[in-house]
Design a protein around this ligand. Sequence first.
Ligand SMILES: Cc1cc2nc3c(=O)[nH]c(=O)nc-3n(C[C@H](O)[C@H](O)[C@H](O)COP(=O)(O)O)c2cc1C
Length: 446
Amino acid sequence: MYITVENPIFDIIKTRRSVRSFLPIKIPDDCLNLILESAQWAPSACNQQLWQFIIIKDNDLKIRLTTEAGASKLILKAPIAIAVCYHSGNIKEGIQSASAAIENMLLVATSLGIGSLYLNSFGKEIKVKQILNIPDELFIVAFILLGYPEKQLPPPKRRALEEIVHQNYFSKYSKETFSHDANKWTLSSVRDFQERYCRKTDLGTRMDIVNEMEIKLIQNILSREKYDNILDIFSYDGSLLNNYPDMKIFSLNLGSETSLFTTYAVNRKIEPLIYDDFIPLKDKSISNAICVFKLERIPPQAYDKLFSEIKRVLEDDGRFIIVFRSRNSLYGLIHRLIKIKFDDDIRKSGIYSFFGPYSPLKSADIISSLKQADFSSVSQERFFVIPPLIDDFYQLFLHYFTSGGGAFYHREKRKSIVGNLIHKIIRLQKEYNTKFGSVIVLTAKK
Ligand SMILES: Cc1cc2nc3c(=O)[nH]c(=O)nc-3n(C[C@H](O)[C@H](O)[C@H](O)COP(=O)(O)O)c2cc1C
């Protein structure tokens, strides 16, 4: 059958979006009942219907879930959270049946103009079960958040059908890379990864982990000289751009989704550009190019082309500043320890996973590539023997343990004596150039 008429179900399927900010408007009971009835009508393994749904509206209870179980703070934003549970007798059947029920609920909610979120970051399961009095024999499949959406969101791109559909037998397939090691990626695989991952949450939400002392350092570096404009190399989540001085900003990204994401993150107008072995700018049109903690994400084989493109667009007295974390430093050691604990798979550590690979760099390698690209001189400074990022990593670990490994990244600081001490020690460091610094700043002149 060839379908030419409008298909209302398909319209709803395509309209459904993951909503993460809600209006403070109550959901009418009859709407909630219809959403719950749609769960009842989902298929279930052996028609057992062993699902249970807990409707959570009480704010104090939601606060307990976030503080005691490490649930995502998103649940505080939604008028209704639903914990979806299933009998643990057969986990596979439980996940399959409950997921069918969840999708029914999300679609019916969409049809009623109600926004929803399918939420895995509900925190430490054992703790959530305790707080909500969930019996031992049930397990939590996911949470659903419901509420009237605060804004309309553009849909994230979908993988092409040819990429995911096979006829009769499994045919060709391009395997994803998940290594921390940028050497194992190509620029195009980094681009594909970023294009999907940057849309894993709300557009413009700060995702990258950069310490406030590092931000201050970048501000100080940029205030040393006056520039007409600045080209930010691979802005990604764009959050750093808000700290740049008042000048025209060109923001280079690998793809359209990351570019869109950056535009949403910045609270002033920027010029978004997309890099495909070419910077779409005229020769000698830029007075300062800067790449902050982003070279670590790019395969080294892409440096030569990138650097020579940057050299081309720089004015004759232009500067190219690269800020990166050093492999030969205390930071490099910590990075290696994290890899030992969490494996080389970026998805396991949570840290830096959002935009693909991340490996601290050797200064000599970058300087040699800059020389290769014919930059006339390169100067080096190093800052912070104790990497300021330890402060943020400690927070990440605290959250990792509270949520039982369910969530790693959290923007909320957790109070702790050790955390306070780490914070204070790191802050004792002054911003001076030191041989053992973990953050390196290279300034290349054209
Ligand atoms: C099993 C599952 C778990 C998810 N968990 C979360 C979550 O914990 N936090 C979140 O913000 N989004 C979560 N999402 C939403 C996805 O990020 C979202 O579906 C994806 O980015 C595609 O966007 P769309 O739903 O608007 O099409 C989850 C989605 C699924 C299917």
